[in-house]
Structure formats: C-alpha cells, structure tokens
Design a protein around this ligand. Sequence first.
Ligand SMILES: [Zn+2]
Length: 328
Amino acid sequence: MFIGIDVACAKGKHLPLVICRQEKGRLLPIPLANHQIKPPKGLGNVLTLHDEVNMAFSNDVANYIETICDEFHLNPIRIGIDSPLHPRDNLLKRRVAEQALDKAGISCYTTPSSDDFEKIKAKGIAHLEANKPIQNLPHAHQIFMLLGFALNERLSKVAECIEVYPHATVKQLGVANIHKTKKNQAECQLSAMSHCTGWPKAESDWAQVDKICLGPMHDKVDAYSAAWVASLPEQDRICFGDAQKGDAIWIPNVEPIRRPAAHIRTTFQPKTIEQASATSHQRPCPACHQHLFKRWPFGWDAHAAHKCKGLKEAEPEARKTEFKRRFM
Ligand SMILES: [Zn+2]
C-alpha cells in the first residue's frame, strides 16, 4: 500500500490520510472514510507546540496504518507526507529543496531550523501564558511542521517516508492556476491526476471520491496526491533539493496536461463552474479540467463546441467530433 498524509489539518478533524493499492496500473484508494477505525483528530497549533503530544499522535497514526494494513493483508511500501520531514540546517537561510522550488518559481514556506523552533516554541508558550488570543499565535503557519517531523520519525519505522508538496504536483500537471479552496478546483485537479493514476475514471469511481478519507475535498485530493507521489518509484519522480542529504521534496515526473490551445488560453473563470458538492453525476471536463458538468455527459456538446480549452480543433463541429473521439 501507498499512503498519503495531509499534515496541516484543522483542530478536531480526523487527519486526512489516504491509503491506496495498485491494481492493473491504477492507483485505487481504499474507501476508509466510514471505516469504524479512524485516524486521530488534528491537535491544533497549541498542542502541536509540545513534542511529546506530537509523538503520541504519530504513534496513533502508525497504529492506524498498521491496523488497516493487517485488515487488508497489504504491506505499507511508502508514505508521502505533505510537510517537511526535518528542520532546516541551522547554517542555511533556506532549505536546499526550498531553494530549488524558488528557482522553479514555486512558492513555499521557509522551514525553521531546530534553533528557530526552540524560539518558536518558547514564544508560543509565552504567548499562551500571557493569555493572548490563540488566533494570534506567532508562526502559526509553521507550527504544523513540528508534527511533520514527529510523523516522519515514527512512520519511518513503518515504511519509507518521503516529503511531497501537492501544490508543486499540480503546478507540474499545469492545473494549479486557481486557488485550491475555490469551488471545484480540487475536483478539476483530481481529474487531471486521474490521467496518470487511472483513478477516478468511471462514474462509480467518482462516487467513491467522497469516501477515501474524511475532511474537505481539497484535503482529500491533497492526501491522494501525496499517496500518488509515494506510489512512484524514484525514477518516475522529480526531486527538488538533495535526496542524499535528506533535504528533498518530490513531485511526479509527468508532462503537463496537454493544452493544445496554449496561446489562446485565458485564465480560468470561476463562474463557468456553477455548483460545489460532488455527486455521482458531477464530473470535471476530461479535456480541460476547468469545467464541471453538473450532470455528465449532459451539455458536453455545447461545452466542446465553444468553450473547452482542452481541444485542438477550431471549428465547433470538428471540436465536438474530437471531444467525442477522445472522451466519450
Ligand atoms: Zn473542457
């Protein structure tokens, strides 16, 4: 099995963790959202300031993975973690991996060094002791990394752990142009990934998406994305940073989704996608991944004829024929 974890989850919400198996070249997540055993619930930044709490949490995650493994008679092979696995080297301004992402024009937070983190923890604890509001906790966007370090330490005893970065993965796929919390962006990104992973394809697959783990859709998709990168052998991954030095962020070695009309490509307009909440009838456009069909395949012809940005042909009839040939 290949496992993906979206570490920065909301307090009190079950950790978004997706467990996948490979079958005939497809990466199939096990629908575990309604399973009686669930991963532990997010601690929130306040508790994450404490190493011993993170260690206990990581132990619960390890137990969860091992329990599911036993139940399905599968071995965990690799775990993709959406968080730094180690603090930054005290001598570096930015991690080697972060410098590589900078060069590629992919933004990312700076991982604090272990010296920095001692100060961050002390500052956070002083902040709370002074009864200052929790929402103003300093370094709030970096504290989750402490949990990432603890997860790596504990889960490395279960299987190999690699650091992944779902934002960089969708950049590579060429579908990062809308912010991930926008309506349906997550579905469109998942649809783009399905070209490589073989899932979700059929109607019945899309009906399962909601069940792969608990949490909002973009967390589910990030966790599946993490599992996807984990499922790839090293030669099928791209490394930002230096794997030898243990300072590496991995993305899939894939071509961006074909956008033949790149020169006339306009930015995505959210209003073309009308409704949220995925149901079994909703399906992102398999050509452009930017349009959501509310009742697939209803309306495919008008979309293909005039609006779809994923087709090569120019004339409406030829565009419909192309769409039909490739996707229907
Ligand atoms: Zn389209």
